[in-house]
Structures are given as structure tokens and as C-alpha cells.
Design a protein around this ligand. Structure first.
Ligand code: HSE
Length: 397
């Protein structure tokens, strides 16, 4: 019998207990032994089938030699970091869905796990139930990864889909996402792009092999996005999606950011709806490879956690080598990246053309919506200065 503990018993923690119980036979067949949840660390005791396993005393978990793997689903950094550090120090494998902790301290915790000859695994921290980190670090290990981009937040994709399809108000769509267990405890992190920012940092760390500091990555969410721009874009053959993007720069540096983008309808990301996420990896040998699935929710995220528990129990440290170094040098401003830009401005086509030269007009009705040629973000800012800008987004591709 292999025993594990769960720390935190919210949506993901509950899902881990359910997957361990409901898929017990498949898991036992693969591990060769039954897997059992021995303890659940909670702040407040809750009635239900797991009441007997609950404790509010971390020492009982860290001091229990029978517990070989700890699944951390507390979220946030402070307590989660301390408990993770101590569990690794005590020689236990740790598995997590906590993207904030991985983005901020993952490199340090991986190094500690390596010293202690145990695993620190976090597949569930990006893309929920989509296998993305293992394919990136293992299946695509023979590539130089040049770009990673995708829809990394289920809550905002759900909100955008509901707004476009049913004309739902932003606040109603957000409430639905919360009720379905997709949103963060504080949904500001979803709506303002912070959650996607943490995920693109983890992807960039693993893709480029050096640390991207979340504090350096500019993030913009969907809270200021207007339905008017979504509709203009749609009429012109584009979908508006919140994208995280990490790019290897020509001089060897790297950059990352999160922002709403116009996606051409012939790009498969444009059809990714509801809570689904999709991540595109561009390797120099593979070209583009796309990963698609449920990016949030109890069981998809728990599926990734429990698979990591099984991986930790079976794998060798060599197989888990991620090549993520603590070096933070070489991060460049994403304003250096070139793309076409969408603008909606108060003013006429003449004003737009004076600022940008030739533009592609999408709508003209008191205001003018148009697309520029490919320019850097810096030029987009400089050239738009004389205009009264009502909306501005990058166009993908
Ligand atoms: N709040 C996150 C999302 C959960 O909506 O994608 C999964 O990380």
C-alpha cells in the first residue's frame, strides 16, 4: 500500500481524493500496489466521507514516514512554500497544481528536490488536465523551442465565449465560471491576466531553460475589453482571445507577455471555446505542435496531479531533469516584438492614415477601427500618440 497526503481541500484537493478513489483499480494496476490517501491537511474541518482523514496539524504529515508523496493544493505562496520545502527536506515527493508557487519559486524547489533525491512535479499547474509540461521537457527535448503561445486561462475563455455566443454580461459569465469551480479563489487573477502570466512564465522557464521573473512579465486581462471590439473583429474574420506568449528573440534573449489578441479564423486557436485551453509549441525540428483540452476544473486538474503522483513513485531523477536554471538575464521587453495591430480610435480614416500610413479599415462610424502593417509594439505606441485610442490589440500571425 502506497500512502499519500493532500494539503488543502478545495476544488483540486477534493478532485485528487475522488480520482484516487474512483480510479483505484487502474492506478493499482499501473503502480503494482494500491494508492491510498492517508491524511488531508485542512484549515477548517468539513463533514463528509473524508472527515476521518482530516488534520490541521502539518507535523503529523511531515513526520509520518509512511506518507511518500504530498499533493499541495493550498495555493498562494507563503504556507504552500513552507510546507513544500519541509516535505521535500523530509524526503517526500511533492506534486502541485500551484502555478503561483511554481512560477515564483519553482527553480529553487526543483533544486532542493534534486538534492534530496525526490521529485517536485507540477504538470497540473499549466493547462489543467492537458499534458503539456512533460511533452515540452521530454517528448520535445531534442528541439530548440522558439515560441510557446496559447489560451492558458479557462475562466476568461469561458467568459469570452459566453459573452460572444449568448450576449451574457461579464459579471454573470464570471459567476457561472466560479460556480463550475474554474475560477481562482480571487478571480481578479483570472480576469486581469495574472493567472495566465504565471503559466506563461512556467512554460517559458521550461522552454528556454532559464528563469523568467513573473514581476517582469507585462499582463493585460479582459476586464477592459469591449464587446464592440469583439464584434468588429468577428465581422472581419477574427476571434478575440486572451493569449500568453513566450518568444525566443533573434539575439538569443527571450520575452513573454499576456494580452488579448485578434486570432484569424483559420488559426485553430480561434475555435477554442468555453473552459478549454490550447497551447502551441514551436520547435525547430517539429514545427508547431498543439495541445488542447480542459484547462480548469476539479477532475481534469486532479487527473494531472494523480498522474504526477504515479510518475514520482516510478521515475528516475534523470528522467525528470527539466534544465531550468536560476539565470534571469536576457529578458527583453515584448514591445520589441513585431505584429500587426488592431486599433479603434475616435476620429476618421484620414487621422488613422496620417499616423500609420496605409491601414486596413474594419469599420468606420464616427470611430475608426483598422489594422496596421506589422510593426513593433514600441512603434505602435509612438505612432498612435496623436490619436485618441479607444482600443488596441495585437493580431496573431
Ligand atoms: N483559474 C484557472 C483557470 C484554473 O481558469 O484557468 C486553472 O489553472
Amino acid at each position: 500500500m502506497i500512502q499519500i497526503a493532500i494539503m488543502g481541500f478545495g476544488t483540486v484537493g477534493t478532485g485528487v481524493a475522488r480520482v484516487v478513489a474512483e480510479n483505484a483499480r487502474q492506478i493499482e494496476r499501473k503502480l503494482g500496489e494500491p494508492l491510498q490517501v492517508k491524511a488531508i491537511l485542512v484549515r477548517r474541518f468539513q463533514d463528509g466521507p473524508y472527515r476521518q482523514l482530516m488534520t490541521d496539524d502539518f507535523e503529523k504529515i511531515v513526520g509520518d514516514d509512511d506518507i511518500r508523496v504530498v499533493v499541495e493544493t493550498i495555493g498562494g505562496v507563503e504556507a504552500a512554500y513552507e510546507y513544500t520545502r519541509r516535505a521535500l527536506e523530509a524526503g517526500k515527493h511533492v506534486v502541485t497544481a500551484n502555478k503561483q508557487l511554481v512560477a515564483e519559486r519553482g527553480c529553487e524547489l526543483l533544486a532542493l528536490a534534486k538534492r534530496k533525491n525526490v521529485s517536485y512535479l507540477f504538470e497540473a499547474s499549466v493547462g489543467g488536465g492537458i499534458p503539456i509540461l512533460h511533452p515540452l521537457t521530454q517528448c520535445m527535448a531534442a528541439n530548440r523551442i522558439d515560441e510557446v503561445y496559447g489560451i492558458l486561462n479557462g475562466t476568461t475563455n469561458y467568459i469570452l465565449t459566453r459573452m460572444v455566443r449568448t450576449g451574457a454580461f461579464f459579471s454573470d459569465a464570471l459567476r457561472e465560471a466560479q460556480a463550475k469551480g474554474y475560477a481562482e479563489a480571487d478571480p481578479t487573477a483570472d480576469v486581469e491576466g495574472i493567472d495566465a502570466g504565471r503559466k506563461i512564465c512556467i512554460l517559458a522557464d521550461l522552454a528556454f531553460g532559464s528563469q523568467v521573473d513573473p514581476a517582469e512579465v507585462p499582463v493585460e486581462g479582459i476586464s477592459r475589453l469591449s464587446l464592440r471590439d469583439v464584434k468588429i473583429a468577428q465581422r472581419a474574420g477574427y476571434r478575440v482571445k486572451l493569449l500568453g506568449r513566450a518568444v525566443r528573440m533573434p539575439g538569443g534573449g527571450r520575452t513573454a507577455y499576456v494580452a488579448p489578441h485578434l486570432i484569424p479564423e483559420d488559426n485553430p486557436l480561434s475555435g477554442v471555446e468555453d473552459v478549454f485551453n490550447a497551447v502551441m509549441l514551436r520547435g525547430n525540428a517539429t514545427g508547431e505542435v498543439m495541445f488542447y483540452g480542459r484547462g480548469a476544473g476539479e477532475l481534469p486538474t486532479a487527473s494531472a496531479c494523480v498522474a504526477d503522483v504515479m510518475e514520482a513513485l516510478q521515475s528516475s531523477p534523470r528522467r525528470e531533469e527539466t534544465g531550468w536554471s536560476a539565470d534571469t538575464a536576457g529578458f527583453e521587453d515584448p514591445l520589441e516584438l513585431q505584429s500587426r495591430y488592431y486599433f479603434r480610435v475616435e476620429g476618421s480614416l484620414t487621422d488613422a492614415a496620417m499616423a500609420f500610413g496605409q491601414v486596413e479599415v474594419l469599420s468606420e462610424d464616427g470611430e475608426t477601427a483598422f489594422l496596421t502593417d506589422a510593426i513593433t509594439g514600441r512603434d505602435a505606441l509612438r505612432q498612435s500618440r496623436p490619436l485618441h485610442v479607444l482600443a488596441c490589440m495585437r493580431v496573431l500571425g
